[in-house]
Design a protein around this ligand. Structure first.
Ligand code: ADP
Ligand code: MG
Length: 527
C-alpha cells in the first residue's frame, strides 16, 4: 500500500515523499488505517520494520497545531531511542507548522527541559523515569493528551519500568487512544494491554518464511580456544574446493585470515573496510581458485555470486536467523552438493535451536573429527589418486628404484609404501585430540543434548514434578523451560537437563534440599 492512499494531511505526505519512502512496510499497512480510525492497537513486529511511522504519522495527523498543550506522549526505553524517535517525528513534521516535538530523558538538565516544555510542546518522547520526574514536579500536564504510544514495550519491561509505565498510564485522561508496540509479547505486556487499553486490535507481522536449500548441515560443540583447530581439521578432512567462512565482525575476519595463512591455507578476507579495488582482487582470486578460502562478514558477502562453493562455515553463528539462510544459501548452488558447518560455543546451542525452528531445518550434531578420522580421509584421497597413476603412467623406473632400496635396507615394499603415504599426508597429523566443551556423562538414556539425572526422592515423599523443576530452576538460575522430561516414581525421580548445565545442576543440587529433604543427585545409568 502507498502512503498517498491514506487520508493523511498533504504536508505529512510530502515529508514522507521527501524521505524517500516508497511503500508502507507491513506493520504500517496494517496499523496506520486502524490507528486513524481511532482504535487502540497492540502491534508486534521486529526491529527495523518501521514502527515509528506506524504510530508517528497518525499521531502527527491528530495534533491540533493551534492548541499549545501537550497532546501526545511516547514512552521509550532509552535515551537513544527517545532521540531517534524524536528525530524521525521531526522529519515527518517538517512541513507542518506550529508543531513542537520534544524528547525528554534522564541525564539531560531538567531545568532546560522544563523551560522547553513551557514553550508549548504538543508531543513528548520520554523515558519512563524522566517522565515520572516531571509528573512529580507538575511540569507536565496531561489534560489534553489524546494519544499515548508505548514503543518497545517489552524492552521497557525488561528494564524494570513496568510500575512507572502503569503509574503514567493511570494519570492520563481516560478518553485517549493507547498504542502499544513491542517486538515480543510476553504475558506482562498483554496484562498492560488488557488493563490500559480498550478493545485493542492485535496486529502481528510474522517474519516471512524462509527455507534453507537442501544441503547437509552440521554443528560442532567447541570451546572458544579450539575453534581454529576444529575449523582447520574440518577443512583438512573435507578439503572443499572453495569454502566460505563467515564471521560476525571485521576484526574476526582479519584475525582468522592471518591465523589461516600462518597455517599454510590459501585464505583471504572480505569486509566493509576494503576498497572496491581490493575487493575485486580478492573476489577474482577466489573465483579462479587461487584462494580457496574466503572469510567474510555478512555485509561483505552480500552479492557474492560464486557457483561452486562446496562448504559454508559459520565460524561465528549469525546474529540474525535470517542471515543463516543467506549464508548457507551460498553453497549447493546449481545442483551441486554443499555442506554447512556451524561452530557452536556453550550456550549458543539455544541460538542454534532458534535457527532450526525459524528456518525449519535440521542441523545435526557431529563429534569433532578425531585425528584418526582426518588421517583416514586424507589417506583415502591420496590412495584414490595413486590408482590413476598406476593405471596410466609408466612406473618402471620408479619400481626399479624401490626394488634397489628395499634390497639394500632390507625393507618390504609395503614398508616403503606406508612411509610414502605418511610423507605425502604431510603435517597436521598427530595433533592432540580436541575435547568436548562439556563434561561427558556418557549415555544416560537422555534425549540428544540432554543428561538424565537421578534424584532419590519420589511420590512417596510427597514431591511433585513442579517441586523438582522449581528447585532446580531456583537453585541454579537456569530457565525452567530448559528442563526436559521429569519421570517420577515412588522413591526416585529422573529429570533431564541440558548437557551444558548438568555439572552445575549436580553440584548445586547435591547440597540443597527439596521440601526440607536433602537429596542425592547423580547422572542416571542408561535405561
Ligand atoms: P522500528 O521502530 O520498527 O525498529 P524504525 O521505525 O526505526 O523501525 O524504522 C527503521 C528504518 O526504516 C528507519 O530508518 C526508517 O526511516 C525507515 N523506514 C520506515 N518506514 C519505511 C518505509 N515505508 N519505507 C522505507 N523506509 C522506511
Ligand atoms: Mg523503533
Amino acid at each position: 500500500m502507498r502512503f498517498d492512499e491514506l487520508e493523511l494531511q498533504q504536508p505529512i505526505l510530502r515529508a514522507v515523499e521527501e524521505m524517500g519512502f516508497e511503500e508502507m512496510t507491513p506493520i504500517q499497512t496494517q496499523a496506520i488505517p486502524i490507528v486513524m480510525e481511532g482504535r487502540d492497537i497492540v502491534g508486534q513486529a521486529q526491529t527495523g520494520t518501521g514502527k515509528t511511522a506506524a504510530f508517528g504519522l497518525p499521531m502527527l495527523q491528530n495534533i491540533n497545531a493551534k492548541v499549545k498543550e501537550l497532546q501526545a506522549v511516547v514512552l521509550c526505553p532509552t535515551r537513544e531511542l527517545a532521540i531517534q524517535v524524536s528525530d524521525e517525528l521531526h522529519k515527518f513534521a517538517k512541513f507542518l507548522h506550529g508543531i513542537k516535538v520534544l524528547p525528554i530523558y534522564g541525564g539531560q538538565d531538567i531545568s532546560r527541559q522544563i523551560r522547553a516544555l513551557k514553550g508549548g510542546v504538543q508531543i513528548i518522547i520520554g523515558t519512563p523515569g524522566r517522565v515520572m520526574d516531571h509528573m512529580r514536579r507538575h511540569t507536565l500536564k496531561f489534560d489534553e493528551v489524546k494519544m499515548v504510544a508505548l514503543d518497545e514495550a517489552d524492552e521497557m519491561l525488561n528494564m524494570g519500568f513496568r510500575e512507572d509505565i502503569e503509574t503514567i498510564l493511570s494519570e492520563m485522561p481516560t478518553e485517549r487512544q493507547t498504542l502499544l508496540f513491542s517486538a515480543t509479547m510476553p504475558q506482562p505486556i498483554l496484562e498492560i494491554a488488557k488493563t490500559y487499553q480498550k478493545n485493542a486490535a492485535m496486529i502481528r507481522v510474522v517474519k516471512k518464511e524462509l527455507t534453507v536449500p537442501k544441503i547437509e548441515q552440521f554443528y560442532y560443540e567447541v570451546r572458544p580456544r579450539n575453534k581454529l583447530d576444529v575449523l582447520t581439521r574440518l577443512l583438512d578432512m573435507y578439503d572443499p574446493k572453495l569454502s566460505l567462512i563467515f564471521c560476525n565482525t571485521k576484526r574476526q575476519v582479519d584475525e582468522l585470515v592471518s591465523a589461516l595463512q600462518t597455517r599454510g591455507y590459501f585464505a583471504e578476507g572480505l569486509h566493509g573496510d576494503l576498497k572496491q579495488q581490493q575487493r575485486d582482487r580478492v573476489m577474482n582470486s577466489f573465483r579462479n581458485g587461487k584462494t580457496d578460502i574466503l572469510v567474510a562478514t555478512d555485509v561483505a558477502a552480500r552479492g557474492i555470486d560464486v557457483d561452486d562453493v562446496e562448504a559454508v562455515f559459520n565460524y561465528d553463528l549469525p546474529q540474525d536467523d535470517e542471515y543463516y539462510v543467506h549464508r548457507v544459501g551460498r553453497t549447493g548452488r546449481a545442483g551441486r552438493t554443499g555442506r554447512a558447518f556451524n561452530l557452536v560455543v556453550g550456550r549458543e546451542v539455544y541460538k542454534l535451536r532458534d535457527i532450526q525452528r525459524y528456518c525449519k531445518t535440521k542441523i545435526r550434531l557431529q563429534p569433532i573429527p578425531s585425528i584418526n578420522d582426518v588421517v583416514a580421509v586424507k589417506a583415502e584421497k591420496i590412495l584414490d589418486n595413486i590408482h590413476q597413476i598406476i593405471e596410466e603412467e609408466d612406473l618402471s623406473k620408479m619400481i626399479h628404484l624401490i626394488e634397489n632400496r628395499a634390497n639394500e635396507e632390507d625393507y618390504t615394499s609395503l614398508d616403503m609404501a606406508a612411509a610414502f603415504l605418511k610423507l605425502s599426508m604431510g603435517d597436521g597429523v598427530g595433533q592432540e585430540e580436541l575435547k568436548y566443551d562439556f563434561e561427558d556423562f556418557g549415555d544416560t538414556g537422555a534425549e540428544e543434548g540432554m543428561v538424565r539425572l537421578f534424584i532419590n526422592l519420589g511420590k512417596k515423599q510427597n514431591i511433585r514434578p513442579g517441586d523438582i523443576l522449581g528447585a532446580i530452576a531456583g537453585e541454579t538460575g537456569m530457565p525452567g523451560k530448559l528442563i526436559g522430561s521429569i519421570d517420577m516414581y515412588d522413591k526416585y525421580t529422573f529429570v533431564e537437563v541440558p548437557r551444558e548445565y548438568a555439572t552445575e545442576v549436580i553440584q548445586v543440587m547435591k547440597d540443597s534440599k527439596i521440601k526440607g529433604k536433602s537429596i542425592n543427585i547423580e547422572p542416571a545409568n542408561k535405561k
